[in-house]
Design a protein around this ligand. Structure first.
Ligand SMILES: [Zn+2]
Ligand SMILES: [Zn+2]
Length: 243
């Protein structure tokens, strides 16, 4: 065990030397992950109160409990939060993370999620964390699922089990094909399914990179609740602005 630990540490330092940690917002080498300059910039994008009691989007009116979207639609999930507003430099950082193999950013995002929502995650007492899956064809094309990268990091840091196999996407949609809002919604509604071996737990925490309308999280929550999961929460890296 001792040698194993030493090997891990050595390997860790070699990896750090070969691939030093970079700031996920400006790409410069930074030992603390997010560099001081970018931290100042993104601090303004951190979602703060007043926020929607369901999706966590910021709301302008302090007297309002829910954002416009949540007032007009019934969600299948219970509650959730996004870390930053989906604006520059957050949007570009997520784009790089997703499409340009910047998987390391996932470590930074996970650390930041724990810094801000560690206590909330604890209060939710999730039995399991599940990343929103990509269709297996899409995953093969891209090489990895960005949500799973964040989820695995969170699971490792928090000691919560992660299941990235049971929930899967049933349909493949060609990224070249443009769908109307209505078509996308319809496609999403039955997008997910659970594999037969899935063992039902009381509480699941879903992880994704971006929250926009909530349709994706709802579709996943719906499948889980149908199977008997009682509570479904979510956390994302970025979130749209609420009204
Ligand atoms: Zn930076
Ligand atoms: Zn809301």
């Amino acid at each position: 065990m001792r040698y194993g630990g030493l090997f891990q540490t050595l390997r860790g330092s070699v990896v750090k030397w070969l691939w030093p940690e970079v700031c996920p917002f400006c790409g410069k080498v930074s030992s603390q992950g997010i560099c001081a300059g970018c931290r100042r910039k993104i601090d303004d994008l951190k979602v703060r109160e007043p926020r929607c009691m369901q999706c966590g989007k910021p709301v302008q009116d302090t007297r309002r409990e829910y954002c416009y979207d949540c007032m007009h639609m019934e969600h299948r999930y219970d509650r959730g939060y996004g870390l930053w507003l989906h604006k520059e430099p957050v949007s570009t950082s997520i784009y790089q993370f997703k499409y340009h193999n910047q998987r390391d950013y996932g470590v930074c995002y996970a650390k930041e999620l724990i810094r801000c929502y560690g206590n909330i995650i604890k209060s939710w007492t999730p039995d399991l964390m599940i990343p929103i899956p990509l269709h297996k064809k899409r995953r093969r094309q891209r090489g990895y699922n960005q949500a799973a990268v964040i989820c695995q990091e969170l699971g490792r840091m928090l000691g919560i089990p992660v299941d990235e196999k049971s929930l899967y996407r049933k349909f493949y949609t060609d990224p070249q094909k443009t769908l109307s809002h209505k078509e996308r919604r319809k496609n999403l509604k039955h997008a997910f399914a659970l594999k037969k071996g899935f063992r039902v737990v009381p509480t699941v925490l879903l992880i994704d990179d971006i929250y926009t309308t909530g349709n994706t999280i709802d579709a996943a929550a719906s499948v889980l609740k149908k199977k008997g999961v009682e509570k479904v929460y979510f956390l994302t890296i970025s979130i749209g602005q609420g009204y």
